[in-house]
Ligand binder design. Structure first.
Ligand code: ASP
Ligand code: MG
Length: 443
């Protein structure tokens, strides 16, 4: 019987939060597996560094910054040996790149994993002060993934075997086993689990350990019925099904990594999302339905564009859609939603992506494409709720309230899963639309 805890980067951002984290760990049942994200901002610093020109100066600047930050977080005079070792390894890697000017995805993923490698020893210094015995186990020994370096999928079967042999036995000798989050290995190289990947690390570890529960500690009040910055009456949702959580995760990836629910769902392990300073707000994600007959949450995304591809061969010609969507994929586009008519295919995607893709797919030529129209400043509202999409009445009422507010819907999609309806509207109408939907269906 073991639990898995995940602490996000903002829980590690200063010494007072680290004290809170330590008390939470101290007061929890042992043994405990704790997976940690890099201290807030560190992964971004590493990314920025890799995006800029690497020189002696920039390398030494970042190393000084990282050393000082982690010493200060540890409450120590100098860096603990594990941190010093990690920094020296990072320095060698960075110097190697500046020398060879070879910066492949595999080096990027290795370097980006250092934020998580540096924070483990910091947490250890706090646990030691409380008399807790802890050990760091490298995620390389536990999490096996696909070869997609920056956004890899877990191979759960192999990971389970690795976890069984490298983590299970360690657990009996320590109070706390710390696993750096965010990365694993393809068997050959370090791979990243995607941004905010430590949530996914937690559920993979829980899967392999047959853990009783996973708690994702953050500084947010669980999953909310809408974004509290836009809707005043937004409230914490107490229970969510895995499916609802996965749908919502695609909208607010800050709350839960989009793939994190899956390993937990397979093993039926509940995931709790909790605030480190507010013990009252908890969202529990489990196989139990939220018991909510209507909408559970209204999530949203901004900064989107609809790319309308007009084609006279459209609906009548076999393969027209696959040619166009294939070209979009090749150009690096990843549409969030698609809607088609006989003469036009409309793809919803981030504005920047639409601009790049538009140029590329014009190359398909005038025998396929008549014209392309990109409508920017769009937002997408995702309404999520168990079995909601199957309710004609629900769709009807939603459209009704939006109509009373004179909010125009540019694209609508529902029915792909029963849990979600998606509406694309102009960004300027977003706040009003969320408020009216919340008032009518969530209050
Ligand atoms: N530190 C990584 C990121 O910022 C992973 C994580 O936060 O879970 O994306
Ligand atoms: Mg982070």
């Amino acid at each position: 019987m073991v639990e898995v805890y995940k602490f996000g980067g903002t829980c590690m951002e200063n010494t007072s939060k680290l004290e809170t984290v330590t008390q939470i760990i101290k007061n929890s049942e042992k043994p405990l597996v704790v997976t940690v994200s890099a201290a807030a901002g560190v992964t971004n610093q590493l990314k920025l560094l890799l995006d800029s020109e690497l020189t002696e100066v920039t390398i030494s600047e970042i190393l000084t910054k990282l050393r000082e930050r982690h010493i200060q977080l540890s409450h120590l005079e100098q860096a603990p040996p594990e941190i010093e070792e990690a920094l020296q390894r990072l320095e060698r890697l960075l110097q190697g790149i500046s020398y060879t000017e070879d910066i492949s995805p595999r080096i990027i993923s290795l370097i980006m994993s250092f934020g998580e490698r540096l924070i483990g020893p910091v947490l250890q210094t706090y646990l030691k002060k409380e008399g807790l015995k802890s050990q760091i186990v490298d995620a390389e020994n536990l999490i096996r993934t696909s070869h997609n370096y920056l956004n890899a999928h877990a191979d759960l079967e192999v990971s389970e075997k690795l976890i069984e042999s490298h983590l299970r036995t360690t657990l009996s000798d320590f109070d706390v086993v710390i696993v750096p989050g965010f990365f694993g290995t393809s068997g050959e190289e370090i791979t990243l689990l995607g941004r905010s990947g430590t949530d996914y690390s937690a559920t993979i570890l829980a899967y392999g350990l047959h853990a009783t529960s996973i708690t994702i500690w953050k500084d947010v009040h669980g999953f909310m019925s809408a974004d509290p910055n836009l809707v005043d009456n937004a409230k914490t949702i107490p229970t969510l099904s895995y499916e609802e959580a996965a749908e919502l995760a695609y909208f607010g990836a800050k709350l839960l990594h989009p793939r994190a629910a899956s390993p937990a769902r397979i093993r039926n392990i509940p995931i709790k999302i909790r605030h480190i300073d507010d013990m009252a707000s908890i969202t529990t994600i489990s196989s139990e339905s939220s018991n909510n007959q209507g909408i559970t949450s209204a999530a949203h995304m901004q900064g989107l564009a609809i790319m309308k591809v007009f084609t006279s061969i459209g609906g009548n010609t076999k393969g027209a859609f696959s040619k166009i969507s294939g070209a979009i994929e090749e150009a690096g586009g990843n549409p969030i939603s698609v809607s088609t008519s006989q003469t036009c295919f409309a793809f919803l995607m981030p504005e920047l992506e639409a601009q790049i893709v538009q140029e590329e797919i014009m190359d398909l030529g005038s025998s396929i494409i008549d014209s392309i129209d990109v409508v920017e400043n769009m937002a997408l509202i995702g309404l999520v709720g168990e079995s909601m999409g199957s309710r004609t009445e629900m769709v009807h009422s939603i459209l009704g309230v939006l109509q009373t507010e004179r909010i125009n819907i540019e694209m609508i999609s529902g029915g792909a899963t029963e849990n979600a309806i998606q509406l694309a509207i102009a960004e300027k109408d977003l706040k009003r639309a969320l408020e009216i939907i919340h008032k009518n269906f969530l209050e």
